[in-house]
Structures are given as structure tokens and as C-alpha cells.
Design a protein. Structure first.
Length: 250
């Protein structure tokens, strides 16, 4: 691998890292020489970090924390004195039809916004004092952060918001030498999509892809996150890069 794509000597924190895209990003970073902190609210994060450490022989550690809990995050990261890369990847997705009559409909909508938007804000606030010039913040949005789909209005709104945060922070943190970008994955082969995306919706999304229709492997998406964290991406900030096989062309 070219040195322009290596992360030797860098420390990266990846949220939502217990599985799916977050685990794949962590593996890509460890393979590129970074020290990796894998953070997740799921207790399974400990097993995931142990698995990656055994597979990569790199410096990998687990942090069990909730991205919406500022005090908990600060306590969990109290021994960390430097971060070079922050990947705000933690997120949830459930159907939230506007005519939902369930008693918990509003609470479900609020929880999605709390994790997918407020969690990105809170995690970034906690991590920012640890970052200096050359730092990278990479936020996971979605193809639906540029487009939309029915029945998932809270998720769609949250991923549009992530792009807004990305652009605003790029302007705000640019003078401090910190680049902020987003990645907009297409329909990915994750447990979350298998569990919560109905088959008709899957087929419709696949039909929008112009190449290689079907679920995108997380390992393929991780390469976009690796590029944005690497020296090769030094001129790039304020961008929302689509990695969706052409689902949304904008």
C-alpha cells in the first residue's frame, strides 16, 4: 500500500464499531497501521475488539459507551490524550411512518434523532479537544442523506442533518486544520438492513444501482473511509462522498 494511504502513528476512534460498517472501518484502519479505539453501546464491542486485535496484531481497544451520553464518553476516554481521526458511525434505523398510531411512535422518532444527530454532535464535542491540526472527522450519512425513502422519515431526516453538520463543521474547524467530511453509503450488507429493511424496499433500492446491484459489502465501503482519513485526502473537506453504486447521483 502506498504511504499516502497509510495511517501509521495515527490514533482513530470509530463509533458503532461492534459490527457492520463500523467494524469494517476499524479493520481497514488497523490494517493501515493506526491505533484503533472501537466504541459501541453494545457489550459485544469487547468481543469485536478482541477479534480484530487477534486478526490484525495491531493496537486495538474497546470502549463501551453511549454516544448520546457526554459524561459517560468523557469518562470512558479519560485515558486518551490524542485523536487523529474520529469516525461518527453509530446510528439506528427503524420505520417511522407519519401516520403511525402506536403509543411509542414519537419516542421512536426522537430516539433515532438522538442517536443519529445528537450522538454525532456529543461525540464530536468530547473528541475535539484531543484533536490538533491534521485531524479528520468523518461522519456516516447515507444515500438517503441526499435522497429519501418512504416509511423511514426519522432516519432520512437524521442523515440529511449529518450532512448539514459536516458542512458547517468543515467551515468552523477548517482554520484549526481539521477536515470534516461525510460518507453516504448505499444499501449495505449489515444486520441492521437485513433486520429492518423490508424485502420490497431492498429490491427497489437495488434497482436504483447502476452497477453491481445488491447489498454492498461493508469492507468495500471501508475503503472510502480509509481514503478520507489518509494523507491522500488532505485537500478534501466539507464533502459528502457517495459510495452507493450510483443510487443517488448528486
Amino acid at each position: 500500500m502506498s504511504d499516502r494511504f497509510m495511517l501509521t502513528g495515527k490514533r482513530a476512534l470509530v463509533t458503532g464499531a461492534a459490527r457492520g460498517i463500523g467494524y469494517a472501518i476499524s479493520a481497514a484502519y488497523a490494517g493501515a497501521g493506526a491505533d484503533v479505539i472501537m466504541l459501541d453501546v453494545a457489550p459485544a464491542i469487547r468481543d469485536a475488539a478482541a477479534k480484530l486485535k487477534a486478526a490484525s496484531a495491531g493496537n486495538v481497544r474497546a470502549v463501551h459507551a453511549d454516544v448520546t451520553d457526554a459524561r459517560g464518553l468523557a469518562a470512558a476516554l479519560s485515558g486518551v490524550n490524542q485523536l487523529d481521526v474520529l469516525v461518527n458511525n453509530a446510528g439506528i434505523a427503524y420505520e417511522t411512518p407519519v401516520d403511525d398510531v402506536r403509543d411509542d411512535a414519537v419516542e421512536m422518532f426522537r430516539r433515532i434523532i438522538d442517536v443519529n444527530v445528537l450522538g454525532v454532535y456529543v461525540m464530536t464535542r468530547v473528541a475535539l479537544p484531543l484533536m490538533g491540526r491534521g485531524g479528520r472527522i468523518i461522519n456516516t450519512s447515507s444515500a438517503w442523506g441526499k435522497g429519501a425513502g418512504p416509511m423511514f422519515s426519522a432516519y432520512v431526516a437524521s442523515k440529511h442533518a449529518v450532512i448539514g453538520l459536516t458542512r458547517s463543521w468543515a467551515m468552523e474547524l477548517g482554520p484549526r486544520g481539521i477536515a470534516v467530511n461525510a460518507v453516504c453509503p448505499g444499501t449495505t450488507a449489515t444486520e441492521m438492513n437485513y433486520e429492518h429493511l423490508p424485502r420490497p424496499a431492498q429490491e427497489k433500492l437495488f434497482s436504483q444501482m447502476v452497477i453491481d446491484q445488491g447489498f454492498i459489502p461493508p469492507d468495500d465501503l471501508a475503503q472510502t473511509f480509509l481514503f478520507l482519513a489518509s494523507p491522500a485526502a488532505s485537500p478534501i473537506t466539507g464533502q459528502a462522498l457517495s459510495a452507493d453504486r450510483g443510487q443517488v447521483m448528486m
